[in-house]
Design a protein around this ligand. Sequence first.
Ligand code: SAM
Length: 251
Amino acid sequence: MNRILFEQSEIVDGIATFGGERAEHVLDVLHGEVGQVLKTGVVDGLIGTSEIVSICRDEATGERIVSAKVDHRFESLRPWVDLILAPPRPRVLKRLLPQLTAMGVGRIVLVGARKVEKDFWGATLLKPEIYRPLLVEGLMQSGTSILPEIVLKRGFRRFLSDDLDVMFPSRRRVVAHPYGAEGAPSQADGEPEGRLLLSVGPEGGWTDEEVALLESHGFSRYSLGGRILRTDTALIALLARLSPTASGFMV
Ligand code: SAM
């Protein structure tokens, strides 16, 4: 955890009170003591620091509880990319969510491309109370606070025809696909402005028809080369490659 994040409801009269994993991290990893200043923030809010004012144990549960006086006055770094993802198996997605968040993804639209496994849509992971902590974990890792949004769009064609332009007007659009533009720089390279919209296929890959449809909606193909990567490897490599920070445009 590079920044401890609080829910707004945990802060009363300028004092944040928290237990669980965050308190354990503060006490056992950061060796927190009264007077120590922590990097903190509010989920979907401002970031800054907090000074520990007390450490105690809950009498009923024995849980260690930390209270800290908050001073949050700075804006977090904002996401630089949104994702259209034909989801992999839930256990792969579960591993990915904190990492996508930490790498700066703002909105993740999970779409029902043809090769997405049908039973994916019944996964427990899709419940906000299950995936939200994974997103917050990614924010605490990266030290940011803007919570990504997850949107489910099971109908791929309908999403493209009805929702794409409304949700993502005037965006640079890129479809990651191993075939067709091998090694060639794409429009995604070298553009310093604007938030990118990246689409990544299912574990079985995009069908030719889906790639053609994406292209007809303004997506340009982007290949990392002829090696076909696992979805999780491809996603991290794509984000690292396309990041404006990596290109030197933004710090
Ligand atoms: N057998 C599938 C195929 O041939 O397309 C493999 C799909 S791969 C596991 C899942 C997704 O990761 C792909 O649809 C693509 O979006 C992305 N991906 C994997 N390797 C890639 C590469 N070399 N370049 C660009 N995208 C890649």
